[in-house]
Design a protein around this ligand. Structure first.
Ligand code: 5GP
Ligand code: ZN
Length: 119
């Protein structure tokens, strides 16, 4: 399943470059183009599912496993002290790309990043 107008489907297809962190048959993890902190990455299913509720249960488990593996790699590579796992679902929640994705956001002691202040 692939959506011609979707930027993440284009990344999966290799039509838009990305910095890959981790990949399986069904999942891709890559650095976010607009990082909110050092090492900010995304984990996406290769198939086009628009949000959390669109993802089949088995694929959801694979996605979580990939988040664990990619998150561990990013924490080790950046020397982070922690990690936020975040998902925006629908525009009211701040979703901009309607291809389901987890954000992996490394956190550093006293980095001052405010993720929950949405005004
Ligand atoms: P959302 O607000 O939908 O949860 O977040 C979408 C994320 O996708 C944003 O953090 C944005 O920086 C990232 N993004 C958008 N376009 C691209 C792209 O072409 N390449 C990469 N690597 N990230 C992208
Ligand atoms: Zn897509």
């Amino acid at each position: 399943m692939n959506n011609q107008d979707c930027i993440f489907c284009k990344i999966v297809a290799g039509d838009i470059p990305c910095f890959k962190i981790y990949e399986t048959e069904n999942i891709l993890s890559f650095l976010d183009i607009g990082p909110v902190n050092k090492g900010h990455a995304l984990v996406i299913p290769k198939g086009h599912y628009k949000n959390l509720w669109d993802i089949p249960a088995d694929l959801g488990k694979e996605l979580m496993t990939a988040a664990q593996v990619a998150g561990d790699a990013i924490v080790k590579a950046t020397g982070a002290d922690g990690l936020n796992l975040l998902m925006n679902n629908n525009d009211a929640a701040g979703q901009l790309v309607f291809h389901a994705h987890f954000h992996l956001i490394p956190r550093f002691k006293d980095d001052g990043l405010k993720l929950w202040d949405q005004g």
